[in-house]
Write a new protein. Sequence first.
Length: 131
Amino acid sequence: LNDADLAAKLKESDFLYFQHPFDQERRDFAATSFPAKLSSYLRARRPIILHAPEYSSVSELARKHRLPFLLNQRDAASAARAFAEEWKTVVVVPGWQIGYDSAVREFDWAKTRKLFLETIGQLGNVKPRSL
């Protein structure tokens, strides 16, 4: 799907599900990576079930912006129970996506590109050390 079609499909969803890896082999990946899919989910402004380890970058973002439906339980049964409990307390009313809106601001691609180009430009000013 192209971006426009993907955005339309996501906006039709009742819920979106995002999982980050729990296995030890990918702990560094979970702690430091930020999948682009999540920015698409946030922009869709639909409820997202975030299933990620406590130490992941996704969990950090969810806590920072107070996003609902963050599940840090590794096994599916525990995560389902936690979701059922949280569902009882979350009220979906106009404006509930405010955390999504503040989180998506962190995905400012123009700002990221500008900082990247500035960094690359500064690297050109670095003099190599003699060996």
